[in-house]
Design a protein around this ligand. Structure first.
Ligand code: F1P
Length: 347
């Protein structure tokens, strides 16, 4: 699904022309800021994009849940792009936020969506379709990774137009080209993840930690666990632990940490040390190149070849989705039809 979403949009020299529709490139060149609005899993995808667009395009980005956005008087600076992300394109809150945005003086509206004939797509000026195919289960999975692929294309296009240097742009494009293969490598970790899932069976709570662009990935991992296994899960930026959630940590609390390689790794390792000191059971998903010394590696350590810092959030999502899936299977819940949830919330 991710390969399909990138296909015919990313060439050897970067993002191809008119990926966002006719006139899209010209409109994006005028953008001076971005507001992203979505619900649930789609909201988490938007949160990842904030890190990408701010880092690579140096444009200010605000991300908000659609159910709040439309009830407050958001300030819209000049030349701001409104981006609605929705798998179904029929989520009532997202649609209502989009209609409200028309009153608020945006430069334009971009829909990132999986259903071409949906209301969100019909009402947007620019569109970028994800090509996830039909989602069978209620909980979004490939919708999320394809949204990340689409948002990565948007980030690259904005970055290029805002003067990102050639070498960096080429490196980011090469990482994105390699994303489908990196996801396949992550899927191959399934046997190890089945074993990890057993640690959650006698448990009622779990904590997920991430830093930087991996914080929204931790949020998404905890949402998947909640949605399909009914285990209470919370996600925090790892540096927030000491500001409250550390009080929850004891030997009954599995703590899942996403530890990619990069400048935040050392910070994360000291956060993990705080968990370990309180007897928490650590399950660490770490980039294969991330140095995890003896102490940092204590607990359960699973190595992942993320294929680069840019695409790492999309790659690390996969083992977290598999973990939620296998915990749910072991607990005997209905993975495709979780209680109380609907695929598309149209009211
Ligand atoms: C938003 C969403 C999904 C979630 C569930 C309920 O849907 O929150 O992320 O998995 O299905 O709706 P959408 O706007 O992305 O279709």
């Amino acid at each position: 699904a991710v390969a399909d979403t990138l296909e015919s949009r990313l060439g050897a020299n970067g993002v191809l022309p008119n990926v966002f529709g006719v006139g899209g490139d010209e409109l994006l060149a005028k953008v001076r800021g971005v507001h992203i609005i979505a619900c649930g899993t789609s909201y988490h995808a938007g949160m990842v994009a904030k890190y990408w667009i701010e880092e690579y395009a140096r444009l200010p980005v605000a991300v908000e849940v659609a159910s709040e956005y439309r009830y407050r008087e958001a300030v819209v600076p000049e030349s701001t792009l409104f981006v609605a992300i929705s798998q179904s394109g029929e989520t009532a809150d997202t649609l209502a936020a989009m209609r409200e945005s028309k009153r608020r003086g945006y430069l334009g509206t971009l829909a990132i969506c999986n259903v071409p004939e949906s209301s969100v797509v019909r009402e947007a000026g620019l569109k970028l379709m994800t090509r996830a195919g039909p989602e069978i289960g209620v909980a979004s999975t490939k919708a999320f990774t394809t949204q990340l692929a689409a948002l990565a294309l948007l980030s690259l296009q904005l970055a290029r137009q805002r003067g990102l240097d050639d070498a960096r742009y080429a490196d980011l494009c090469a990482q994105l080209q390699a994303l489908p293969r990196a996801i396949e490598r992550a899927l191959a970790l399934e046997p190890q993840i089945v074993e990890l899932a057993e640690h959650f069976i006698p448990r009622h709570h779990a904590l997920f930690l991430g830093r930087g662009a991996q914080f929204p990935v931790a949020l998404e991992g905890s949402l998947k666990l909640k949605e399909i296994s009914y285990i209470h899960a919370e996600a925090y930026p790892a540096g927030e632990l000491k500001h409250g959630p550390l009080a929850l940590v004891d030997e009954d609390m599995p703590v899942v940490a996403v530890a990619p390689n990069g400048p935040l790794l050392d910070k994360l390792k000291s956060n993990l040390q705080e968990v370990r000191a309180r007897g928490g059971e650590l399950i660490v998903f770490a980039d294969h190149a991330a140095p995890m010394d003896g102490n940092a590696a204590r607990g359960h350590l699973l190595r992942i070849d993320a294929g680069g810092e840019f695409i790492a959030p999309a790659v690390f999502t996969v083992p977290l989705q598999l973990l939620a899936y296998h915990v749910a299977v072991l607990r005997g819940t209905d993975v495709d039809q979780p209680r109380n949830l609907a695929k598309s919330v149209t009211v």
